[in-house]
Design a protein around this ligand. Structure first.
Ligand SMILES: *Cc1c(COP(=O)(O)O)cnc(C)c1O
Length: 397
């Protein structure tokens, strides 16, 4: 990469985190090996002292196995490329990465504003752990006006997810970043939907980006992993120290799988996005469909923000069906190519019948009796997926 033009992210994702040539024989494997280890050994005490001094300065320095060696460092570089970050910190799941973001930025008696469209388990973290530490949480629509009304003297962090969980409500990250700056809040964004490839909150003014690598980065439904990314040196130090203190750790094999997933992230995400649009066009033609939620669709209320802030889309969509619960259950059970299950971002299509209880807390939801079904469009032929949806809708009627 000797030319002066910055390569496209697609190119960088193939050339980041590769194995170095062995100086003894001038060769290197194309794929970096999984470097499994629980501890490291040093050539002499000077080498150990240098490593410890680097660690004390907050550098990525290995003195013990918990932070991982080359495989982990390579994946951290991949996440930095994806998100435009200076440092990335790995965690054993997306939710563990969320907790790392919270624990790195909040003290007891602090107050945090959370977007009401955030990933459901954040509320469980609040209920089970944050409340015990007297970290106060307010949930509200993530617009500057609504947030302003919830500010307290001890508000420190604004935590959002864009597009939001379940209904893909697009948030105005630049406006939220301006609001956060004005009120001296740290803006943390769950960017699992974009995974850095199609959406970059740090470029749009956020301070922290959190990604569940379990989803599109891993891409094959075979690992759990999360990452927290930042640019600001002060924030990086806080995350680094908290990461070490809390013992967050990832297996080398999972890091290796995530690197392998990242190599094909561009083509997988593009294909899922294109197929999802084809599925949307089909669904729009069906009388059972009341509304579609997919920001890449011109009819989605978030479409203008999506056009401004995103460089692409993915395979996620939700559809509101004019079906009662029993008919909606027949529809979901009638699908043969969609697995009934949570999660997304893998090679396979998935379906989830969304519980209205989970939607109650989303201000974006239009509150009616229609069924909401969330689909992840995988890498199957879109024509087959459409035929499957058509037969299941017919059967539900
Ligand atoms: C899945 C998901 C998480 C949690 O990731 P896990 O690896 O399953 O713990 C967090 N945020 C969002 C938006 C997710 O979709």
């Amino acid at each position: 990469m000797a030319n002066s033009v910055t390569p496209h992210l697609d190119t960088l994702l193939q050339h980041t985190g590769v194995a170095q040539f062995d100086p003894a024989h001038g060769a290197a494997p194309v794929a970096l090996p999984s470097m499994r280890t629980s501890t490291v050994r040093f050539q002499n005490l000077d080498a150990l002292d240098r490593a410890q001094a680097g660690k004390a300065r907050g550098e990525r320095s290995v003195t013990y196995g918990r932070v991982g060696m080359e495989t982990h460092a390579a994946l951290e570089e991949v996440f930095c490329q994806l998100e435009g970050a200076e440092r990335a910190f790995l965690a054993s799941s997306g939710l563990a990465a969320v907790t790392l973001a919270f624990f790195s930025t909040l003290n007891s008696h602090d107050h945090v504003l959370v977007a009401d469209c955030s990933y459901g388990p954040v509320r469980y973290l609040d209920k089970i752990v944050l409340s015990r530490m007297d970290i106060q949480v307010s949930y509200c629509r993530a617009t500057p006006a609504a947030l302003e009304a919830q500010l307290r003297p001890n508000t420190r962090v604004l935590y959002v997810e864009s597009p939001g969980s379940l209904l893909f409500e697009m948030l105005d990250i630049p406006a939220l970043a301006a609001f956060a700056r004005q009120h001296k809040l740290i803006l943390a964004v769950d960017n699992t939907w974009g995974s850095g490839y199609i959406y970059r909150p740090l470029d749009l003014g956020a301070d922290i980006s959190v990604v569940a690598g379990t989803k599109y980065v891993g891409g094959h439904s075979d690992l759990m992993l999360g990452a927290v990314m930042a640019k600001d040196p002060g924030l990086i130090k806080r995350i680094n120290d908290t990461h070490y203190a809390m013992g967050y750790s990832v297996s080398a094999d999972d890091a290796w799988l995530a690197i392998r997933g990242a190599r094909t992230l561009p083509i997988r995400m593009r294909q899922s996005a294109q197929s999802a649009l084809e599925v949307c066009v089909f669904l729009e033609s069906r009388p059972e469909v009341a509304r579609l939620y997919h920001p890449a669709l011109p009819t989605d209320p978030g479409h203008t923000l999506w056009q401004r802030d995103c460089t692409g889309s993915n395979g996620m969509l939700a559809v509101e069906l004019k079906l009662d619960n029993a008919a909606a259950r027949r529809f979901v059970d009638g699908l043969t190519l969609f697995g009934i299950g949570f999660s997304w971002g893998g090679f396979e299509s998935l379906v989830q019948l969304v519980d209205h209880g989970a939607l109650q807390v989303h201000g974006y939801w239009s509150r009616n009796d229609n069924a909401i079904v969330r689909l992840h469009i995988g890498l199957e032929s879109p024509a087959d997926l459409i035929a499957d949806l058509a037969q299941a809708l017919d059967r539900a009627a």
